[in-house]
Design a protein around this ligand. Structure first.
Ligand code: SIN
Length: 475
């Protein structure tokens, strides 16, 4: 962990012992450091502290909370080089991409520092002359989150910032692969003046045990989860016993459609950005490509050329655009998806190689058809399956033929087609002539088995607030 200038960002680390987990660098398998694990009784103590802290926090003004969040945002920017380096070391993504994620993560803190001041209620025209009606919004209480390894900072701030701005306290369980970014980001919040009990990072030997406690504890009023549909569905069942509010940002299977009238160079650029961001390990990654027959050969040629220019390697090295996969299991899964597609008739047009360590070459598959397993699987890796299509109606049926409904993308130069297709795609987000759609001001979230709730945007803070209706009688 050398070259981290602000060593206070590593305060939470410890030396190797039985109650610590080793944090590995996926680029070379090195042990970076260790993180202490806590017991179940400690988790309960943290929850008690979080309850007390929240009661005080909710009585501060939105403006007071905003000042602390704004300072947190500034500290994230001031420490962005260190945060990015920590992220690349534990997660593997290229340094420039990690820096991009730090800025993306910080943008949620800045956005909600402002949005916290705009949690308006309503006055409601009364149906009765003797009554006056209004609503106010109030924080839900203690909010908890379980966050993934693919965006170790942004998926925390996208939840923590609205929660804190709303007047909630926040407990987060980051992924065991990437807790350093979580602790470092929290440390900056404390340095910004946030009381420690308002933002608590916890880790335990077993994610399942933490999930049990967070879902079933009556004092936790809200759970926000980003991760797989399978785990999300399990957590939802567990949250039922305490009727907890939940937000679920789950799996995706994004279609990336290129119509015959598309600007092919733009489509190739968007396809590379959408598919290979974070080595294909994002929920919104283009997962299957539908290319119109009339432009299929040209697209394949240009896309393959662009893929061949991607440089694989340790994300700390200059010029690297694709880092390692997160762990052995991820690599095994990616290779088995490729093998399975080939066994069902697909052709490896480019890549498909297993390299040393956790690296897999970016892969272009052709001769792919709708019936193949790869079309229905969330790939979470650098594989681009290309499907030829002929007809818009059939294309739409195929694009919507998935349990998932998170992101989708298409390229066309026809405004008429753009509106029609955008309305008919059964996904929470649609990129039109654009492969990168995420930012702090837009509502991020899915439909169908991709979950529910919206993060970022003006809607994101409502996930952490209850509406209270006030009826004034006696007029
Ligand atoms: C995700 O993959 O879970 C989030 C991606 C994003 O915020 O763009």
């Amino acid at each position: 962990m050398n070259n981290i200038k602000n060593t206070s960002l590593l305060r939470a680390t410890c030396s190797a012992n039985d109650d610590a987990i080793a944090i590995l660098n996926p680029a070379n398998g090195d042990v970076l450091t260790h993180i202490p694990l806590i017991s179940v009784s400690d988790i309960h103590k943290y929850i008690e502290r979080s309850v007390l802290a929240q009661k005080q926090w909710q009585s501060t003004t939105a403006a007071e909370r905003s000042v602390i969040l704004q300072r947190w945002y500034e500290l994230m920017l001031e420490n962005s080089d260190d945060l990015a380096r920590i992220m690349t070391l534990e997660q593997g993504k290229p340094l420039a991409e990690a820096k991009g994620e730090v800025m993306y993560g910080a943008s949620f803190v800045q956005w909600f520092a402002e949005e916290g001041k705009r949690t308006y209620g309503d006055t409601i025209p009364s149906p009765s002359s003797s009554k006056r009606l209004a609503t106010i919004k109030q924080p839900v209480g203690v909010a908890a989150a379980i966050t993934p390894w693919n965006f170790p900072i942004a998926m925390i701030t996208r939840k923590a910032a609205p929660a804190l701005a709303a007047g909630c306290s926040f407990i987060v369980k980051p992924a065991n692969q990437t807790p350093l970014s979580a602790y470092a980001t929290a440390e900056l919040a404390y340095q910004a003046g946030l009381p420690r009990d308002l933002l608590i990072v916890i880790n335990h030997h077993s994610s399942v045990v933490i999930g049990d406690v967070l879902c079933e504890h009556p004092d936790i009023k809200k759970l926000s989860f980003t991760g797989s549909t399978g785990v999300g569905s399990q957590l939802l069942k567990q949250c039922a016993s305490t009727l907890k509010r939940t937000s679920m940002e789950l799996g995706g299977n994004a279609p990336f459609i290129v119509f015959d009238d598309a600007n092919i160079d733009d489509a190739v650029k968007g396809a590379i950005a959408s598919k290979f961001r974070n080595a294909g390990q994002t929920c919104v990654c283009a997962n299957r490509f539908y290319i119109h027959d009339a432009i299929y050969d040209t697209f394949v040629e240009k896309f393959t050329q662009a893929v061949s220019e991607l440089r694989i390697g340790n994300g700390l090295e200059p010029g690297v655009s694709i880092g390692p996969l997160i762990d052995e299991r991820a690599k095994h899964d990616v290779l088995s998806y490729i093998d399975n597609a080939v066994s069902q008739g697909a052709t490896i047009h480019y890549g498909g190689d297993s390299l040393d360590g956790l690296f897999v070459t970016p892969t272009v598959l052709t001769q792919v058809s709708q019936e193949m397993d790869i079309v229905q699987t969330e790939l979470f890796g650098p594989i681009a399956p290309l499907i030829r299509f002929y007809d818009d109606e059939e294309l739409l049926t195929h694009a919507n033929d998935t349990i998932y409904g998170l992101a989708s993308y298409f390229y066309t130069q026809s405004i008429h087609r753009a509106l029609q297709i955008a309305e008919k795609l059964e996904f929470g987000m649609v990129g039109i002539n654009e492969g990168l759609i995420s930012n702090e001001v837009a509502p991020f979230g899915g439909v169908k088995h991709s979950g529910f709730g919206r993060e970022g945007a003006k809607q994101g803070i409502d996930e952490y607030m209850n509406i209270k209706y006030l009826c004034f009688g006696g007029y």
